[in-house]
Design a protein. Structure first.
Length: 170
């Protein structure tokens, strides 16, 4: 396999209040900026599409299921806590064909040692269809923390996803 000529990326913000116009979505734009920054370091071409939707399990399931055949990467922000409207992980996890638990576990432990509330996030990562999927919390600060760690492994994860050998002998 080879890498896509252009990576198609979907960023989904889940928020009843932001989608209802009560306040401006800030985590989605932060996530878009972080993803753009990563891709600029690789030289890979990319397109980013953003969606802002309410905390709607039916809509999220449809978007991710259909998107996993269209997009190379899907990243969500919002809905990864334990509240009644936090549905993201519960909807996305069953869609994953391969879960990648280590990155999310590491992030929870690293930032949870500083702020124990970070341990309450239940975000997931994995592969569904042709998509690499990450579910992030819905705050600007959390997006920054998660993307700092995800970006450290993202190039290698993408290469592995496409079966491109990046292992060097030492």
């Amino acid at each position: 396999m080879k890498l896509p000529e252009i990576f198609e990326i979907l960023i989904i913000t889940l928020s009843d209040r932001a989608s209802g116009g009560e306040y401006e979505d800030r985590s989605g734009p932060e996530l878009k900026e972080r993803v753009s920054d990563f891709f600029k370091t690789t030289g890979w071409r990319y397109n980013i599409r953003t969606l802002l939707i309410p905390d709607d399990p039916v809509a999220l399931k449809r978007i991710v299921a259909e998107g996993s055949e269209e997009y190379n990467i899907i990243i969500t922000t919002g809905g990864t806590g334990i509240g009644p409207k936090d549905i993201t992980a519960a909807i996305v996890r069953p869609l994953l064909e391969k879960e990648i638990p280590g990155i999310m576990e590491f992030i929870r432990v690293k930032y949870g040692s500083i702020n124990p509330n970070a341990l309450l996030s239940n975000g997931v990562a994995g592969i569904a269809g042709k998509s690499l999927i990450y579910t992030l919390p819905g705050s600007v600060r959390a997006v920054g923390e998660y993307m700092t760690e995800i970006s450290k492994t993202l190039r290698h994860t993408i290469l592995m996803q496409y079966g491109v050998n990046d292992h060097t002998d030492h």
